[in-house]
Design a protein around this ligand. Structure first.
Ligand code: SMO
Length: 707
């Protein structure tokens, strides 16, 4: 697939979803109101690690409108959730639908009240009496997931190195915060004892499979529909205990039920991301050649493991040494269960962790050798002629022009001018920095499904096994179909996110929607075209297939930021930002830029503002947006976006993912720029988020020592 040009493919088509969404005519899970709907609210633990001494439901049951109350003893027989087995796990933490006998974390559901309205359910929750007795800290070893990636003579390279540099990076624990919180509406169908589960999810088919397994019922009794989804970012990839409860209760009561999380419930019990602490060492020769790298990644997990719980640890470990040619690598990654909210994938999912550590090490290498940060990268990045390139840890980087991307960035963003301005301002006593970061982004492994039907009237129905989390899939898929079949876009109807009308598939995650999901649609179109040419011309023609890619596509790119630091207050101000991203063939450049800008904003949030905090007793301190600082428009400088185009040889569209690009490149570039600004004062390390308090303390500590 190399055809690009005056066809829908490659054009910045407006999103066909937006007409209905902007007019308020979208259909979100909470908008679905089957007749006789009852509402669910959860009683949540106010303490970590406790024994449930008493859970008295009497008063709640007498509340107006309350129809039923359930506790852990009603559901503790239900099954467990599957965990993607990418690393070794030394135990199985419980998957408690409602806490039974003990609770593990603040915010864990203990009981559920079902009532005629959401308010009545909340009144019931307030009337329910729970007595908890705090347990001492457990003496058992926590459940951990571990992995290591070792190759080459690391010790020999370290002993012959001219320099060894160190870096540590602290990633804040983050709350993914999609605009639409978690929501589930179960429409119970008494005629055949089945249910339609409307769920704000990234993975409808997996949700059906897991629900059937946990509830021990046949999959045919459950239809899962992901209607419009208002953002997900990895937070809606796994099935939550609350979801399982609501479906179980609907079948038990034979009633339709709905639960919509409040924002506070999201901070307390939706999955968090990041929280990784990493440490690394890079050995290099005097001329700036990288010889060996050691990295250790330490990631938190929560009190239960969502399906993709180990993915961040796996990506963080296996991606070292990212896009650099380093022949000796020793990388290890450990995820450790804690008595806090679950941690799962969040936009980037281990990619920012690996890239931030490498980029910090590379900048330290530049500083110690006196080689320019761009030049030392150019010297060590994988060269064009080496693709496909198998990294020392075994990742197969498919394609790219890494050096050219960095040179393009230097030119377009006027790197030389940035450095000159910085030096002039430094002479006047200002704290200013220029930061560069290179990143790579693995995009989806495996397969996705598609079914394309060409109707006798010339219109097309395209059904994908993937789904949409609000990122414009209907538009992108319609463009691929229209281009492949040479039809106008408005003849193409797209369906997704429904286990009844779509072929069994995976979903919207891991930057896979276009590279794999889009390729599946493209292949199905080619098959339909072939069948149509062989048919009589007046019949309906359908093609359905599973497409498996030939290996991961690796997006990559680089970011450059200029920033200044106020010496008196520690406030960091981003002054400019530019990026070059190579995502292979593009279906819709407007959607691509939207992804880059959105990812960048979340990357700025991680670098400068956002942090989920618990106190020493396990109490959540950041339970609302007044304590948890999402970036606002005035925190985000305009991002100048430039593109490279190296098609991936690993999928039929030649596409790479772009969903996570900005969250990977931005924090690394910002960290490097802040270190560049503060290194002259003697600051040697900084932790994210770079709040004014943290930065002020770093300045104070560094300057105090030199007094
Ligand atoms: S963090 Mo993404 O939804 O794989």
């Amino acid at each position: 697939m190399t055809r690009l040009g005056p066809t829908p493919f490659g054009q910045p088509k407006l999103r066909r979803e937006d007409e209905r969404l902007l007019r308020g005519a979208g259909l979100y899970t909470a908008d679905v109101c089957p007749p006789g709907l009852l509402h669910v609210a959860f009683v949540r633990s106010t303490m970590p690690r406790s024994t449930i001494v008493e859970c008295d439901t009497c008063a709640a049951l007498e509340c107006d409108g309350v129809e039923a109350v359930f506790t852990g003893s009603d559901v503790h027989h239900l099954g467990d959730l599957s965990i993607a087995p990418m690393m070794d796990v030394n135990g199985t933490p419980e998957y408690p639908v409602l806490a039974y006998q003990t609770v593990a974390a603040v915010g864990q559901p203990i009981a559920a009240v079902i009532a005629q309205s959401q308010y009545m359910a909340c009144d019931g929750v307030d009337s329910l009496f729970v007595d908890l007795e705090e347990l001492p800290e457990s003496e058992d070893d926590p459940v951990t997931v571990t992995g290591s990636w070792n190759a080459g003579s690391v010790d020999a390279q370290f002993s012959k190195a001219d320099f060894i540099v160190n870096a540590c990076v602290d990633h804040p624990r983050l709350a993914p915060s999609p605009m639409e919180p978690r929501a589930i509406t179960v429409e119970y169908n008494a005629s055949n004892d089945s249910a339609t589960v409307w769920l704000s999810t990234q993975t409808p088919h997996r949700a059906r499979l897991e629900l059937a397994k946990i509830l021990c019922i046949c999959e045919t009794r459950i239809r899962v529909v992901a209607p419009d989804v208002g953002g997900a970012f990895g937070m809606k990839a796994a099935l939550y205990p609350e979801d399982v409860f609501v479906v179980w209760a609907a079948f038990t009561l034979k009633r339709s039920l709905q639960w919509v999380a409040s924002r506070s419930e999201e901070f307390l019990s939706a999955t968090h991301g990041r929280g990784c602490t990493s440490a690394g060492q890079l050995a290099l020769s005097r001329d700036g050649t990288f010889l060996a790298v050691k990295a250790s990644m330490d990631l938190p997990l929560g009190h239960w493991l969502p399906t993709s719980a180990v993915v961040p640890a796996w990506n963080a470990g296996r991606m070292i040494p990212t896009g650099y040619r380093i022949d000796a690598v020793e990388s290890s990654s450990v995820g450790t269960c804690t008595d806090k909210a679950a941690v799962g994938i969040y936009r980037g999912a281990g990619r920012p962790e690996a890239n931030c550590l490498m980029e910090r090490l590379v900048d330290e290498a530049a500083a110690i050798t006196g080689i320019d940060p761009i030049d030392i990268r150019l010297k060590n990045l994988v060269k064009n002629e080496d693709f496909p390139f198998t990294t020392t840890s075994g990742c197969v980087l498919d394609s790219g022009q890494y050096g050219k991307a960095l040179q393009t960035l230097a030119e377009k963003a006027d790197y030389a001018g940035c450095v000159k301005r910085r030096d002039q301002r430094r002479e006047k006593g200002e704290l200013t920095g220029v930061g560069v970061a290179f990143y790579i982004e693995p995009c989806g492994i495996g397969w996705e499904s598609a079914r394309v039907t060409l109707r006798p009237d010339g219109t097309v129905l395209a059904a994908t096994g993937g789904s949409s989390q609000g990122h414009g899939r209907e538009t992108a898929i319609a463009q691929i179909v229209a281009d492949t079949l040479d039809l106008p876009m408005d003849t193409v109807e797209v369906v997704h996110g429904d286990t009844r009308t779509c072929p069994t598939g995976i979903g919207a995650l891991a930057s896979r929607s276009t590279a794999i999901g889009g390729s599946a649609i493209h292949e199905a179109c080619l098959l339909v075209r072939k069948k149509a040419l062989e048919s009589s011309g007046s019949e309906e023609v359908t093609a359905e297939l599973n497409y498996k890619n030939e290996g991961e596509a690796w997006g990559y790119g680089c970011y450059l930021v200029e920033l200044s630091v106020d010496r008196g207050t520690g406030v960091v101000t981003l002054e400019s930002a530019s990026c070059v991203d190579d995502i292979g063939n593009m279906v819709n450049p407007m959607l691509v830029e939207g992804q880059i800008v959105g990812g960048f904003a979340q990357g700025v949030g991680e670098a400068l503002l956002e942090e989920v905090r618990y106190d020493e007793f396990g109490q959540l301190l950041t339970g609302s947006f007044s304590d948890y600082a999402l970036p606002r428009a005035d925190n985000i400088p305009e991002l100048s976006i430039f593109k490279m185009l190296t098609p991936s040889p690993n999928n039929t569209l030649g596409a790479k993912g772009v969903g996570e690009a900005g969250t990977i490149g931005a924090p690394a570039a910002i960290l490097n720029a802040a270190m560049d600004a503060l290194r002259p004062l003697g600051v040697t390390t900084l932790s994210m988020p770079l709040t004014s308090q943290r930065v002020w303390e770093a300045i104070r500590d560094a300057t105090r020592e030199t007094l």
